[in-house]
Design a protein around this ligand. Structure first.
Ligand code: GN1
Ligand code: MG
Length: 359
């Protein structure tokens, strides 16, 4: 999918925030695969401007509402000394709403916190501890939030059976005749009966929590002086879910020696020291509120997220790259191979992972 925003669109949307393209500088921000994000800087103000991908987020107003509800809850917790990070507020535009609806789609702005930076990849154990603590604190602070108040932004987002059903459907149509390039990967996915059954049984009995569902290190803001996380960002996929999803996505994005689209698969390994740090700090951040079953589910979550996202990349490849931004025609296929290979490595290492999580 293409990732271009015209200047004319920016020209129309910026006046909603009391600025214009002539009085501000606008630069692309981050590497998201779905939304388009910009940093807008003028003499008076700086803010983050985002064009919401409404093919993915079909009800942008719900995305905005969920973020407001979550922020208010986090702010209350912070005032009670029970949340040490910052909420990330959306900015109310000229017409008194954080959502701006334009001819070309949906826009919103988010506060910009100065003296902060984001990190693209975990380098050190210390960073892994920080990632796990921050996302753990976030879910822990939301543990008494009435999850039913949140809209389910993308139904069945982390539902393995639905993701497999989407793959099944797309291979029946095979619109670009790409199946022949990836039949072995498709077979690999459907051959995982034992794992698929294990997940189906587990999701029936795990407690539901408000989870973030996109727990990469680049969804944290770090303070330039303390070098510590000060906020969890990108609340777009916050929904009722299971903590194994958040832990699994951290493992998926922090513990591989390759980035998610890296192609030198023979060089891929699990960074066990990073896994150990994630596991220790994530469990600790719940201060005893995590159940035995949830703790045990973390290893399955670690295997599940690369598996599920591998299936999603593969589905999008066969479908013709309609969902994720891609840079070349094989990009989704390379991502799928990478993620399914990581799943395979995590399966082989199951005993070691289980030992670490239960230590
Ligand atoms: C998407 O755009 P970004 O990076 O925030 C996707 C996640 C995937 C991720 C893979 C709404 O997130 O689920 O893990 O790409 N978000 C959505 O890089 O589908
Ligand atoms: Mg995201």
């Amino acid at each position: 999918m293409n990732n271009v925003v015209e200047n004319t669109a920016l020209n129309k949307v910026l006046p909603f925030y009391q600025c214009s393209i002539n009085t501000s500088t606008v630069s692309a921000l981050g590497n998201g695969l779905i939304n388009q994000t910009f940093l807008v800087k003028s003499i008076e103000q700086s803010f983050v401007l985002q064009k919401i991908n409404h093919h993915v987020f079909k009800q942008p107003q719900q995305v905005i509402n969920n973020a407001e509800l979550i922020n208010k809850h986090l702010q209350n917790k912070k005032e009670q000394g029970q949340y040490s990070l910052e909420p990330m507020w959306q900015i109310t535009a000229n017409h008194d709403s954080p959502l701006v609806i334009m001819d070309d789609g949906y826009w919103r702005a988010i506060q910009f916190i100065p003296n902060c930076y984001t990190v693209e990849a975990v380098e050190t154990k210390e960073q892994a501890h920080q990632v796990a603590s921050a996302f753990g604190l976030f879910t822990s602070a939301l543990s008494d939030f009435p999850a039913s108040k949140l809209d389910e932004i993308i139904p069945d987002f982390h539902n393995l059976d639905s993701r497999l059903a989407q793959l099944r459907k797309v291979i029946e149509n095979d619109p670009l005749q790409r199946l022949s390039q990836c039949q072995n990967l498709v077979d690999f996915c459907f051959d995982q009966y034992a794992f698929i059954t294990k997940v189906a049984e587990l999701v029936e009995i795990l407690p539901v929590q408000v989870t973030h569902n996109d727990t990469k290190i680049n969804n944290l803001l770090f303070n330039s002086e303390s070098k510590k996380p000060i906020a969890v960002i990108d609340l777009d996929t916050c929904m009722p879910g299971f903590i194994m999803h958040d832990f699994g996505d951290m493992v998926r994005t922090c513990c591989s020696t390759l980035p998610e689209d890296g192609v030198e698969l023979d060089k891929m390994q699990i960074r066990m020291d990073i896994f150990e740090a994630l596991s220790e700090s994530y469990i600790d951040s719940f201060e005893g509120k995590i159940t035995q079953l949830e703790q045990e589910s973390l290893v399955i979550g670690a295997q599940l997220l690369p598996f599920m996202i591998g299936i999603r990349f593969l589905t999008d490849f066969i479908d013709g790259d309609n969902y994720f931004h891609t840079k070349h025609p094989a990009h989704n296929l390379e991502r799928a191979k990478n993620q399914l290979n990581f799943f395979h490595l995590l399966n082989n290492a199951e005993n070691e992972l289980t030992h670490i999580v239960s230590a």
